[in-house]
Design a protein around this ligand. Structure first.
Ligand SMILES: Nc1ncnc2c1ncn2[C@@H]1O[C@H](COP(=O)(O)OP(=O)(O)OP(=O)(O)O)[C@@H](O)[C@H]1O
Ligand SMILES: [Mg+2]
Length: 333
């Protein structure tokens, strides 16, 4: 009896490359590159230039993914994007033996001869990480702590020894692969206390250079709000100030995020409204967009949200008005 395993050993394995997975990012004209952003990206570029991988860690909406793409674009290599996922196993990152390909050749020209050739190949399906390591691409592993720590173990030897270790997954072909010298990885993660986030093994953290990011400075937030919506500067200033003020309220000082500024200003622009305390449209947009962030602020079990938002709108609009009145106009200088 033929042992099916020995038959398989003798057969070639075929590698399927998933080249269509990579993208070549281009700089976006909506990307805001203020001093603060430049400094962050210069730091990351310096670590990457000497071969380290970088990790942007910080709360939601602090620009980690956007920065990762921006930096990847500066590296001018194709980019492979992976999103962390609780369901991930190592094979989802590196690849797997995906069964066998059977092909049959039937000779149709000589009817008297029915020539049949059968071939069985073990199919190795490369996943994104393997492709990035082999071809020297930039890997963006977004929210990598959403994958279980054991799924990320494969990264340890990639980052330190520059070797991708496949033997436990691959039955035929090479068990090891040298990582291309241009391979770089950029990781992003949310804090450990976020729902659905796993604690990362120390060994992996030890191999990465972590840059902690927090909310952008006021000027960067204003520039992003303008770039993403087209509202004039005076409206962007009011919206950003309201959001920054609301961050000080309640227990979660990381919300609302810049996403709320972008959402409010886009709708405002779409409706042709203005950021002012007398504009009813502005008020309901703010209340709706900020609804999820402020329901948690309660007094005696009742949500203080509407009241708090209204109060802050009033306060910020008045402050900005008086600042504009007292500030000398550019033309007067
Ligand atoms: N430098 C920038 N220029 C223009 N827009 C930006 C910039 N940084 C961030 N943004 C915008 O701010 C929003 C939040 O950014 P991003 O998605 O990168 O945050 P994040 O930290 O990855 O958030 P999360 O942890 O929720 O994934 C996005 O809409 C993004 O387009
Ligand atoms: Mg992100």
């Amino acid at each position: 009896m033929i042992n099916p395993d020995s038959q398989i050993e003798a057969l070639d394995s075929e590698i399927i490359k998933s080249d269509q997975d990579n993208v070549l990012p281009e700089a976006s004209d909506q990307f805001v590159n203020t001093l603060y952003v430049k400094e962050l990206s210069e730091r990351a570029m310096a670590y990457l230039a000497v071969g380290y991988s970088v990790h942007f860690a910080g709360p939601a909406g602090t620009g980690k993914t956007t920065l990762a793409f921006h930096i990847a674009a500066r590296l001018s290599r194709p980019v492979i994007l992976v999103h962390g996922d609780d369901e991930f196993g190592s094979s989802d990152l590196v690849g797997r033996d995906a069964g066998y390909k059977k092909s049959k050749l039937v000779d149709n020209f000589i009817h008297s001869v029915v020539r049949t050739e059968e071939e069985m190949r073990s199919l190795w399906v490369d996943n994104r990480l393997t492709t990035a390591c082999r071809d020297g691409y930039t890997l963006i592993y977004d929210e990598f702590t959403r994958s279980r720590p054991e799924a990320n173990n494969v990264l340890l030897s990639i980052l330190e020894e520059k070797i991708l270790n496949l033997p436990s997954l691959r039955r035929t072909g090479e068990g090891y692969m040298e990582v291309h010298p241009d391979f770089r990885a950029i990781f992003t993660s949310n804090p450990e206390e976020y729902a659905g986030v796993h604690k990362t093994q120390d060994a992996l953290m030890d191999r990465l250079i972590t840059i902690n990011v927090n909310h952008y400075d006021r000027e960067t937030e204003i520039q992003i709000t303008m770039a993403k919506s087209g509202v004039p500067r005076k409206d962007a200033e009011i919206i950003v100030d309201i959001i920054r003020e609301l961050r000080q309220v309640g227990v979660n000082n990381h919300r609302p995020t810049i996403r709320a500024c972008i959402a409010i200003s886009r709708v405002l622009q779409h409706l042709g409204a203005t950021a002012s305390e007398t504009d009813k449209t502005f008020q309901w947009i703010c209340r709706d967009v900020l609804n999820t962030d402020t329901v948690k602020v309660t007094r005696g079990g009742e949500s203080l949200m509407k009241q708090k938002v209204d109060e802050i709108i009033k306060k910020v609009c008045r402050q900005n008005k008086s600042v504009r009145k007292t500030a000398p106009k550019l033309a007067d200088l």
